[in-house]
Design a binder for this molecule. Structure first.
Ligand SMILES: Cc1ncc(COP(=O)(O)O)c(C=O)c1O
Ligand SMILES: [Zn+2]
Length: 406
């Protein structure tokens, strides 16, 4: 008999289960998290491995390497952002640039782990509920795995995200409603048809992929803990997973004490239920019924991990802040013009909140700051064009054009 490396544990009542295709606790309906029997690990363990997040195999919930479904995601740049840092008065600002993943968002991390696990469970179809990015990440990994893929997403997501998911061969179910409507339908169909919906009935394994955001940042900082982390928040799964990732590195002695990190949750004004709860000092998140924001990927009115994000902010000296559409679009251009990184509105939310935290004196100029940029600007050009000048069209006449090139 092969002993499994992982089990599942209820986040609420701590009851343990053998790893299986299940995601809520039988006793209290709490979410199940993956728990590991970690081997001994050292910095050298990872030193010469492949440049994808699968280099952290021992910290991921796949038993057999043959089940890995990889499209080469991860090990994205951690760029020391000296130009932007100078503008903001920060000496140690880093951008974790996940806009350059294979499907151009961080969602390749959770989707790749969930689809690998779906393969390990022997599932015959997969899918997701999505605000856009997860649709393409799931569809691409499903294509690689040779599995049919059903994506449930609002009909008004950006065209580039729809084009991507369809190109990878997904069945795109365009729901005339909000993300929460799409999510509810995906949950019911997933359960009744035995489809592995990566962010719902595969959620315990899905979130493990986002932990690699912590492993990479820690390794890229030569195994040091950042002081400040700015994270764009929709459902809150990523923020929670990043905390879990740093804690696990402490457990395996790859990092010293992580308790002094500051977690900063960034949300757009048109959908900021976690920020609202944080500012009211409330433990409960009141859903936003009709999100309205240029940051469509963060338009999750009823965040599944909202309550846990509030706990994490308390645990890790955190803050939550929001910014409006204009501030998001301005921040996209600021990042592009200072660092040559083109992000979609979710990344603009991170940058805008970074600015606000500096203005509010919440970040010291010498803090080691990591700002997460989670998606690519090419996915949302219709929104970004709103704040760009329409190009003037010139006749191919050298004198006319010469006059405008000074
Ligand atoms: C680009 C991008 N950033 C951030 C998020 C938020 O992630 P989470 O829902 O895990 O909070 C999303 C979610 O779709 C996203 O697409
Ligand atoms: Zn429980």
């Amino acid at each position: 008999m092969i002993l499994a490396r992982t089990s599942l544990q209820c986040r609420e009542c701590k009851k343990e289960y053998e790893t299986a295709f299940k995601y809520v606790c039988d006793d209290c309906f709490g979410p199940l998290d993956v728990k590991y029997d970690f081997p001994t690990l050292t910095k050298e363990t990872f030193a010469n491995r492949e440049q994808t997040y699968w280099r952290y195999f021992e910290l991921l919930p796949i038993e057999n390497k043959s089940n890995i479904v990889s499209i080469g995601a991860g090990m994205t740049p951690l760029t020391k952002a000296d130009n932007l840092g100078k503008k903001l008065g920060l000496n140690n600002l880093y951008i974790k640039n996940d806009s350059v993943n294979p499907t151009f968002s961080f969602k390749d991390r959770p989707a790749g782990v969930a689809i690998s696990k779906a393969k390990e469970f022997g599932l015959t179809a997969v899918g997701c509920a999505s605000t856009g990015n997860l649709a393409s990440a799931t569809a691409a990994h499903a294509a690689r795995a040779g599995l049919p893929c059903h994506v449930f997403a609002p009909s008004n997501i950006e065209m580039a995200k729809i084009a991507q998911a369809l190109s990878y061969g997904a069945n795109y179910i365009a729901v005339d409603g909000t993300y929460d409507d799409a999510n509810r339908i995906a949950a019911q169909i997933g359960d009744s048809k035995g489809i592995g919906i990566v962010n719902i009935n595969m959620r315990s394994h899905y979130v493990e992929g986002s932990k690699t955001f912590s492993y990479e940042v820690a390794e890229q900082l030569d195994w040091q803990v950042p002081d400040q982390l700015i994270i764009p928040v929709g459902s809150g799964a990523m923020l929670n997973a990043i905390c879990k990732g740093f804690e696990e590195l402490q457990t395996v002695s790859l990092l010293d004490d992580v308790s002094n990190m500051h977690m900063i949750a960034a949300q757009p004004h048109g959908c900021a239920p976690i920020v609202d709860a944080f500012k009211k000092n409330s433990k409960e998140v009141i859903p936003v019924e009709n999100p309205d924001t240029v940051a469509k990927s963060l338009a999750i009115g009823d965040p599944g991990d909202g309550r846990y994000v509030l706990k994490r902010l308390q645990q890790y000296n955190g803050f939550a802040e929001e910014c409006n559409d204009q501030e998001i679009l301005d921040a996209i251009l600021l990042l592009a013009k200072t660092e040559g990184i083109f992000t979609e509105p979710a990344g603009g939310v991170s940058i805008s909140i970074l600015q606000k935290m500096v203005e509010q004196g919440k970040i010291d100029k010498n803090d080691k700051v990591v700002c997460y940029v989670t998606g690519n600007g090419l996915k949302a050009t219709e929104s970004i064009m709103q704040v760009l000048p329409q190009p003037t069209i010139y006749k191919p006449n050298i004198n006319e054009i010469s006059a405008v090139v000074q």
